[in-house]
Write a protein that binds this ligand. Sequence first.
Ligand code: ZN
Length: 270
Amino acid sequence: MKKLTLLSIFAFLTFQAVAQEAYYLANEGVMVTDGETKILFDPLYPESYGQYLLVPDEVRNAIFAGEAPFDDIDAVFVSHFHGDHFSAEDSLALLQAQSNVALYAPQQAVLGMRTIATDEQESVFDRVHAVSLQYKDAPVTLRMDNLLVEAVRIPHSGWPTGRVDVENIVWRVTLNDNTTVVHMGDADPNDVHFALNPEYWGRVTPNAAFPPYWFFASDAGQGILENRVGARRNVGVHVPVQIPGSPMARPIELRSADLFTRPGETRSLE
Ligand SMILES: [Zn+2]
């Protein structure tokens, strides 16, 4: 009986200690943790375009090597096939190096990987899940052990005249039926895209959303975060290096926004 009580206390303490956290890599790269479950968004990319932070070398190396805190990653999510979000070469290399990692990406990015994959890399595609979505298609749902994966195509910023061919995916991922996050890629901040699926957006209250910073700079973008995505907290990503970390030094429309600006920053998702 005494043993049972101690076990119960231990279980209780363990439950209390389940970490729900977002860890910033750089640009739109974020790791989300719920206890032992870990996912990465847009973690591997080669381009800064002179404006965005690259993932620090030691972080990149630890991801490939599977070293803490990047050990036992369950899945990687790619928002779209642009050089400041995705690398086909790196994605293939990571899947080869870490045999338990799954990858979710738009069809466009997966085709980019298939184009350059070597014969010995073919087997990694067993763990690659492509979503093939057109603008205005209904959201899709995929399931993996402890992940509920939902995806909808929201046009890249620049719509309706620019970059309309880019398959930009907004991922809504729930870890362990416990922590839900929304990663938006380079979504265009126009409510017409989100108004297509009001019940989809209204069904869940995410713990956090990671919108590109321009969502904070327009009424339409802020309205989407409040009325559609509906997360309990929003942490902006894709912040150019010239926008300072200190709120009072920022352009006025970004002063009240919570932004990820320094690699290694974390936010609690509880
Ligand atoms: Zn882009």
